[in-house]
Design a protein around this ligand. Sequence first.
Ligand SMILES: CC(C)(COP(=O)(O)OP(=O)(O)OC[C@H]1O[C@@H](n2cnc3c(N)ncnc32)[C@H](O)[C@@H]1OP(=O)(O)O)[C@@H](O)C(=O)NCCC(=O)NCCS
Length: 163
Amino acid sequence: MINFHEVKDDSDLKLIENMANTIWHEHYTPIIGAEQVKYMLDKFQSAQTMRDQINKGYQYFLINSNENAVGYLSFEKRKNALFLSKIYLLKSERGKGIGRKAMEFVTSVAKGFNCTKVTLTVNRFNQNSIRAYESAGFEKKGALVQDIGNGFVMDDYLMEKPL
Ligand SMILES: CC(C)(COP(=O)(O)OP(=O)(O)OC[C@H]1O[C@@H](n2cnc3c(N)ncnc32)[C@H](O)[C@@H]1OP(=O)(O)O)[C@@H](O)C(=O)NCCC(=O)NCCS
């Protein structure tokens, strides 16, 4: 049984911070290297940064499977689009259809907000995730290189799913 729990408490943000540490080191080190992983975790996924993001309009959700937290997601409404900022599952929980359910959840939220599309950015070399997004109806809409400081860039595809 999969459900989505909106994060309000600092204890949940701490739980996400810990999950992000585990997932990002394992998943992104081969893609962007250990130094950039550490930099991006500090910059984007500390409990304090996530609290600041929530105060600016982002929403964070824990993804629970049978009452256990197995991942998290986050999005922000940007005009007529819902921007899916984060969607991460623990490695042991991937490939079981949970990501698909999470993307269906995000789509239904977007429709509730009267958005006309869901957008996201994904690292160009994050091949498995790109396939999962394509299978959920997202299409590549171009490339985007963003300077994130300290000599690092995010080298992404922009993807979009019309609703
Ligand atoms: C991306 C992610 C959320 C997808 O969730 P998931 O539970 O693994 O995906 P699902 O099992 O629901 O599969 C969804 C679809 O994608 C396809 N898919 C998933 N992983 C795939 C892979 N490695 N290769 C090919 N297709 C894949 C599945 O076949 C499925 O398609 P189908 O329903 O038509 O058969 C998850 O794999 C993840 O957390 N990855 C690591 C973190 C990450 O990179 N997140 C995205 C950051 S931008």
